[in-house]
Each structure stands twice: as structure tokens, then as C-alpha cells.
Design a protein around this ligand. Sequence first.
Ligand code: ADP
Ligand code: MG
Length: 140
Amino acid sequence: MGVERTLSIIKPDATRRNLTGKINARLEDSGLKIIAQKRLHLTRGQAEKFYEVHKERPFYNDLVEFMISGPVVVQVLEADGAVALNRKVMGETNPANAAEGTIRRDFAESIEANSVHGSDSAENAQNEIRFFFSETEIVG
Ligand code: ADP
Ligand code: MG
């Protein structure tokens, strides 16, 4: 598999409940290394562009509203097989289906307000990392 990087976002439902540290502990305990991190309040334009792949989905407008409803923490995570490892630590999109011990099972409020984002492929990870970070902000 090899050392890989993925983009993570701690979503507004989690920052609102002061869960950044608890979520970071889950990531670090699983072996993911946080090699870049910043707290942002996304603009509508940024949120629309980031979730552009979901533009035709019925939940798109609500998702954009949710993602700009408060601060987020965007992160670059590094590990062997980081993309799949982070998806495993996150759990299923719908917290009702998420396995025990996953971030979404333990922290998510709903299928929408599900506490974390994680890239779903190595290729998307590269694009999503580039969307938020310059090379000099990433310290591996
Ligand atoms: P994931 O974040 O697990 O990769 P998706 O890429 O399918 O899931 O969806 C992106 C985000 O859109 C989800 O994390 C969630 O916040 C929201 N979402 C997905 N499906 C729904 C739905 N059926 N209703 C409301 N929001 C949804
Ligand atoms: Mg996704």
C-alpha cells in the first residue's frame, strides 16, 4: 500500500460541541498522523465547490448550508493506506449503520451532521488536499 495522505474535515456539528481534541485522539490512536491542520469558516463558494460531485443529489443545498453553519477543521492525515484507514476509523456515512467504536457511531448527530469528512480515494485525496493546503503548510 505505502505511505499515503488523505484529507479529513472535522465538521461544524463537532466543532460546535468542542470535539476537535476527542476526534484527533481517535485519528492518532489509529496510527494516522496529523501533518497539517487549520480551523476555517468555509465560504458558501468553497463549500459548493468542495461538494460539487454531489450537486445533483437532493441533499446538496442542505449539505452546503450545514458545512457553512460553523467552523470546520481541515486536516491532512498520513499513514500506510491512510485513505482506507481513515474511512474505517470514521465509520459509515449514516451513524445508524456505523460500526461500534467509530467516530460517526460515537459522535455523529445524523446522516448529514456526521462529524467528519474523509477522502474516498487516493486520487480524490490529492485534489482535496490541494483544495485547502499549499505544500509548505504540510509538514510530514
Ligand atoms: P461520505 O462523507 O461518507 O463520503 P458521501 O460522500 O456520500 O458520504 O456524502 C457526503 C456528505 O453528504 C455526507 O458525509 C453527509 O454529510 C451528507 N449526506 C450524505 N448522504 C446524505 C443524505 N441521504 N441526507 C443528508 N445528507 C447526506
Ligand atoms: Mg464522500
